[in-house]
Ligand binder design. Structure first.
Ligand SMILES: C[C@@H](O)[C@H](N)C(=O)O
Ligand SMILES: C[C@@H](O)[C@H](N)C(=O)O
Lengths: 159, 159
């Protein structure tokens, strides 16, 4: 399947919440997200990598305007589930390349990561789907990241 | 935006590779995926959560048929980038709910996680996009997971 990168997107309106030392057993993710849903907070990305020693970390992003509310909610949840802690990172941005046939080409991800690396931009989080590869980076690099991704995937020529 | 869950999907043909103790600095993700791309291995999910102390873990899934090849490739990469190690987990399955308007409703994720939790199914990894919420679980629970997700989101009635 031919890969066509059709666009570059960014979102500077998200903040990242990470719950650390989450007990890795059934029901914990449900508890966390039932509580967040009950607080009427919208969640964009959810990222959980595989755990070790019965514990894992869980990160998710919410709108910047919900920073204070989500941290109040999460502090209670951390106590209830016996997690280690929760921290907030506000100066982030999510940059994504969008296209079709993305999953079949580790080459596309490699090109995106290389483009960011060339500019010294550290990739804090990565999440992928068939139509989108998203990286969370320091917010201050947003415009630079979007520009180099446009150049890498030649959006400017297609435009 | 109203959430409509239109389908449940599963994939038992993936295996998970996790690189642990990855130096969290620009260029490392690019190196890993340039090497994988050079070995002509297709990557489906890439999950990297935020790191701590200058290190993070990076997981990705590849076709089951590439297990041996990817581990040979990754053992070299681990040495080159100075990561701690790499491990393979083969008895996994990816189960997903697909729909529109998914991101605006932490409630949808909560329902999916609750459905799995009720059956005692542990969620090893989570990755989301606007149209898909995916969980990696133990392969032996695949059929049970698909069935309870169908029931939860009432696919059977719509069918
Ligand atoms: C960590 C969390 O995802 C847990 N494994 C669960 O299934 O709920
Ligand atoms: C860990 C890896 O993603 C690293 N942060 C990089 O930018 O390449």
């Amino acid at each position: 399947e031919k890969v066509v990168v059709s666009g570059v997107a960014y979102d500077k309106n998200q903040v990242k919440v990470t719950v650390t030392g989450v007990p890795d057993k059934p029901g914990v993710a449900a508890k966390i997200f039932n509580t967040i849903s009950g607080a009427n907070v919208i969640v964009d990305m959810i990222i959980q990598n595989i755990g070790e020693g019965g514990l894992t970390d869980m990160s998710f992003t919410v709108p910047r305007t919900d920073s204070k509310k989500i941290m109040e909610v999460m502090k209670k949840v951390v106590a209830e589930i016996g997690a280690k802690g929760v921290n907030l990172k506000e100066d982030i941005a999510k940059v994504s390349i969008i296209g079709v046939g993305m999953r079949s080409h580790s080459g596309v991800a490699a090109r995106m990561f290389s483009a960011l690396a060339k500019e010294g931009i550290n990739i804090m989080m990565i999440s992928t789907s068939e139509i989108k590869i998203s990286c969370v980076i320091d917010a201050k690099y947003t415009e630079l990241a979007v520009r180099v991704l446009h150049e890498t995937f030649e959006m400017d020529k297609a435009a």
